[in-house]
Design a protein around this ligand. Sequence first.
Ligand code: ZN
Length: 191
Amino acid sequence: MSAESLLHESQALLEGHFQLSSGKHSPRYLQCAVALQHPRIAAALGERIAGAVTDVLGDGPDVVVSPALGGLIIGHEVGRALGVRACFTERVDGSMTMRRGFGLAEGERVLMVEDVITTGLSSRETLAVIRDLGGEPVATASIANRSGKDALDGLPLVSLLQPDFPVWDPEACPLCADGGTAIKPGSRPAA
Ligand code: ZN
């Protein structure tokens, strides 16, 4: 099953008329956490990312590092699939940092994993933490890549999905023009 089918099956990828957190409207909406709540689907997505990364690198990384919270579950599943440990960075008082007794050995080859990469800001902050700790980032990966690029910070960016969702200002939204009302995804629990 393709990554897109897995996201559809778990209702992480919705079709309709949505108001995004930015206030803009879109006919599609992706919430990776909805898919990752199912361990079987999280594992399947992790295996696909691990396979795609191995194809690109020809050799696995020594460790996976993800920014919390979004990257945590998928990073863990990618680490499981690659047979390497998976640790995470987190934001403390606005700064990305690695805590909880995690550490990197000098020159350890690191794969940075996110759920969705849009601006790449958290990813770049995570890469900076990895380098500060002596790790050597070798690639980045995500379930979905909305950056429109196939590299991040000079590293390969491997993604399962490159969603190209139309996004409109509400006043320019054709679905509103048709008399529809946008809903805020996640504003009520899924059935
Ligand atoms: Zn609309």
